[in-house]
Write a new protein. Sequence first.
Length: 118
Amino acid sequence: MTNSRNQADKDLHEALRDTGCVCCRLAKKWNFKIVPLSPPFIYTEINHRLSGTTRMGHQFVIPECSWHHRAVAPMGMTKTQASLMFGPSRANGSKLFRKVYGSDEALQSIAMEAAGLQ
């Protein structure tokens, strides 16, 4: 994988970012009693998928809000409160995160479909 993104990578990231956090999207679809953070409430980050500890490339990405990606709780909330309200964060434990939301491959597929790219 190269470190620099080409135009196709940038276009993909923008399209996925515009769909919002895939975890929040799933929570809303499943009628979880949580408040989706994204969109338009918070910036959606692009999380690169890994093979072991190595990034797979700029085309292997998942759009996630800062809570679901890095466990950054919204202002005024503790991580415990955020976890109860928004569901598990990847940064707080990938096993529980994947049990709730599915594999990275599945999340990327859902995001690509939501962006009209699949």
